[in-house]
Design a protein around this ligand. Structure first.
Ligand code: HMG
Length: 395
């Protein structure tokens, strides 16, 4: 039985800051951000969006009534969750109107959370082929204003329906993975911002890729020539390249050219969104699927997932006939085209806005946010969520 990605949805907030403008404001050469880091724009979340709403908005675009009847598990990977007890999955389960007979759980291991969700989903579907699992990767990456990590922030969500007989990508069962307790990036529960040992995190990312790739090759006998493309977790678009280029010299010239060209295409959306942590690898996959026009069914795609702290995994899948029909390319291009550019001063102001932490009541301006699902306010230490489409239906 084939198991894999049947549907894939994406959502990002309606605002961004241009990286050239950010560089000028920070007194660094724009090329450092646009070439050295490889980012052109950075998505900025308004106070009316959080990881729950980003994920719920991404899921809205792909779920139909059949999915709602079949989804019996919701696995939410995030490292910027809103509650230390209640899972973000339960909120999303409610906001999407999923059936009550379902399990809803949040998974955490830095950017690896959604990958963990996919692997658990595969096991569940293998036991219950009639089920579908909703896997969500949603985050707001924050390092702080004027920090060295600032240029690698971002916000957004990618969600996937995992099922038997998947219509986009059938996943293979030859995964290679690795865990090691390191301090390259972490966020203690008292901190709104991540702490990072930037250079060490870059080194470890490459090291984990080399290790899981070696393990994968030994296990399967496959090599780079077997792949049409390899997608990477992309904290910034230069990072995956730093890893890929260490292995490319082992491939023949045409494989090198193909993987290099397809790597570029697989960074297209990430370049204009920034790091969305758990969703980043899947945003890269989406870039490849939607932006590489001559991609063919049957192509083998490699995926490298890395979550600081750290867990890495290399896994693979095969594109399914007609996968293009399952994509929302035009919607995603519209999402990018209709975003509003912020000045650096506006971005800084929005970055500093936070929800109350003292139990006081606040009502937010949801009309200025075009998203269907928003945080409408807070009361008694509870976030109040709203689905504007339901309100319209009720009128
Ligand atoms: P930095 O110290 O500001 O930058 O930090 P830099 O001095 O290393 O410069 C960056 C690149 O720009 C360098 O290229 C420079 O040469 C180049 P490289 O040597 O790396 O190839 N450069 C220029 N290029 C062209 N023209 C110029 C120019 N000037 C400089 N004029 C750093 C950069 C990424 C370390 C920082 O932003 C950071 O700490 N970010 C957060 C950590 C991170 O993203 N780590 C990635 C690996 S860990 C990971 O992926 C997991 C993560 O997603 C979290 C999770 O799992 O949850 C982060």
């Amino acid at each position: 039985m084939e198991i894999g990605i049947d549907k894939i949805g994406f959502f990002a907030p309606h605002m961004y800051v241009d990286m050239t403008n950010l560089a000028v404001a920070r007194g660094v050469e724009p090329e450092k951000f646009t070439i050295g880091i490889g980012q052109s724009q950075m998505a900025v979340a308004p106070i009316t969006q959080d990881p729950v709403t980003l994920a719920a908005n991404a899921a809205l675009e792909i779920l139909d009534e059949e999915d709602r009847a079949q989804i019996d598990m919701v696995l939410f990977g995030t490292e910027s969750g809103i509650d230390n007890s209640k899972s973000a999955a339960v909120y999303v389960h409610h906001l999407l109107g999923l059936k009550a007979e379902a399990r809803a759980v949040e998974l955490k291991q830095a950017c690896y959370g959604a990958t963990a969700g996919i692997q658990l989903a595969k096991g569940h579907i293998a036991l219950h082929p009639e089920s579908k699992v909703l896997v969500l990767g949603s985050d707001i990456a924050r390092y702080g204003l004027k920090t060295s990590g600032e240029s690698t922030q971002g916000a957004g969500a990618v969600v996937m329906v995992i099922s038997a007989a998947p219509r986009i990508l059938a996943l293979d069962n030859d995964n290679a993975f690795l865990s090691n307790d390191i301090m390259d990036f972490w966020r203690p529960i008292y901190s709104e911002q991540a702490f990072v040992d930037g250079k060490f995190s870059n080194e470890q990312y490459v090291h984990f890729f080399n290790e899981v790739w070696k393990q994968y090759k030994e296990k399967t006998g496959n090599d780079l020539a077997d792949f049409e493309a390899i997608c990477f977790h992309l904290p910034y678009t230069k990072m995956g390249w730093k890893a890929l280029r260490t292995e490319l010299p082992n491939a023949d010239e045409s494989t090198q050219e193909r993987l290099k060209a397809n790597y570029q295409i697989s960074t297209a959306y990430n370049r204009n969104i920034g790091n969305i942590y758990t969703g980043s690898l899947y945003l890269s996959l989406l870039s490849l699927l939607e932006q590489k026009e001559d991609l063919q069914a049957g192509a083998k795609i490699g995926l490298f997932s890395y979550g600081s702290g750290a867990v890495g995994e290399f896994f693979t899948g095969t594109l399914q006939p007609g996968f293009q029909r399952m994509l929302k390319k035009t919607d995603h291009e519209n999402l990018f085209a209709t975003r509003r550019e912020l000045t650096v001063a506006e971005y800084e102001k929005i970055f500093e806005e936070t929800l109350p932490k003292d139990g006081s009541t606040i009502e937010l301006d949801i009309e200025s946010d075009p998203a269907a699902i928003c945080v409408a306010g807070m009361q008694d230490n509870k976030r109040l969520y709203i689905n504007k489409e339901h309100l319209i239906e009720q009128k």
